[in-house]
Design a protein around this ligand. Structure first.
Ligand code: TRP
Length: 334
């Protein structure tokens, strides 16, 4: 009997629409790194999703490359996992088209992200924005993923992925694995520093002090934390009516591997100034080595090129198998 037990497949992707925030890092990327021992992980740079809103082409190309470099700098190994750029694997567009024909306008109209984004980009409500969840379904289903770590905002898209897969399987037999959502044991929900009632977002351009980007200058990171909104009772305590302090406790816990409660106990009786300094030091201690590694890796153009090329080949091999199955089922000559 083979000693090798097949590991479950984890699939996730991130859009290269900005430098990841501390929220993306603590809520997603740090977990991705920790999953690589126990799962077969496939992580993509979702640049095809990114063009559903207007991008500067030169910047998009750079951000795509920077994001894959950052994955590696964080410690997500390109040897032990598959890291690739979505547009490098043509099967995504091809399966997405097929799945478009198995998805209803009504289902897509109910997607809250579509409603939000069409309100935000009223001058560019394009068909890609509407069928965005179908492309995401293609991403996931191509790799027969068992588990998909996604945040709250993507949960509805995972649901529709399951619905589309089940519909297709009901018609044609077992073509796609039905994926489950994956909620990691740890995984902090980090809020904005200036508006701690809303999630920290990497594409928040209204107020730069609200978000820490993980490639921000180290001093700037410390200053943003020191300027974070708090309240006036000077007590470091978790409480729904103390969103600013609670958020800083969550951040501190997430970077030091403690629970927010443990963090709270550690800072009992500490004033806000001293507390913020400790949070800033902890965040800097976590981020600085990643930045150093990012700089080193970015300088090695040939290495990053080879990672991108190898990743695309490994991904395409798996994706094409599933694509061929689906093409055969719908009656394409294969
Ligand atoms: N839409 C996701 C986001 O913006 C990114 C994404 C694209 C994704 N394809 C995916 C996430 C497949 C999980 C699985 O966050």
């Amino acid at each position: 009997m083979s000693e090798e037990i097949k590991k479950s497949v984890i699939y996730s992707a991130m859009q290269p629409s900005g430098v990841p925030s501390l929220g993306n890092y603590l809520g997603a990327l740090k977990n991705w790194k920790n999953l690589q021992q126990d799962y077969d992980c496939i992580f993509a740079i979702a640049n095809m999703h990114a063009i559903t809103v207007r991008q500067n082409p030169t910047e998009l190309r750079k951000k795509t490359r920077d994001l894959i470099t950052l994955f590696i700098a964080i410690g997500i190994s390109p040897e032990n996992n598959i890291l690739y750029v979505q547009s490098d694997v043509k099967a995504h567009a091809e399966l997405a088209w097929i799945l478009n024909c198995y998805t209803y306008m009504g289902e897509l109209s109910r997607m809250t992200q579509f409603k939000d984004k069409s309100a935000k980009h009223a001058d560019n409500i394009n068909a890609g924005l509407f069928t965005y969840p179908v492309l995401m379904a293609a991403d996931i289903l191509l790799y027969q993923a068992d588990l998909v770590p996604v945040g709250e905002d993507q949960r509805q898209h995972l649901e529709i992925t399951r619905d589309i897969a089940e519909r297709f399987n009901n018609l044609y037999g077992d073509v796609f694995k039905i994926p489950e959502g994956f909620i990691p044991k740890t995984g902090a929900r980090i809020m904005g520093l200036q508006d701690p009632t809303k999630k920290m977002s990497k594409s928040d351009t209204d107020n730069d002090n609200n978000v820490i980007h993980i490639l921000d200058d180290i001093n700037l990171i410390a200053n943003k934390i020191k300027r974070a909104v708090t309240d006036s009772d000077n007590e470091v305590r978790l409480s729904p009516d103390k969103p600013g302090i609670s958020n800083l406790l969550n951040i501190y816990g997430a970077v030091t591997g403690k629970t927010a409660e443990e963090a709270q106990n550690e800072f009992k009786g500490t004033g806000y100034g001293e507390f913020k300094k400790c949070v800033a030091d902890a965040v800097v201690a976590e981020i600085k080595p990643i930045q150093d590694r990012f700089k080193e890796l970015s300088a090695d153009k040939a290495y990053i090129d080879s990672v991108i090329k190898d990743g695309a080949e490994k991904a395409a091999y798996i994706a094409n198998k599933t694509l061929r199955k689906a093409q055969k089922k719908v009656g394409f000559p294969v």
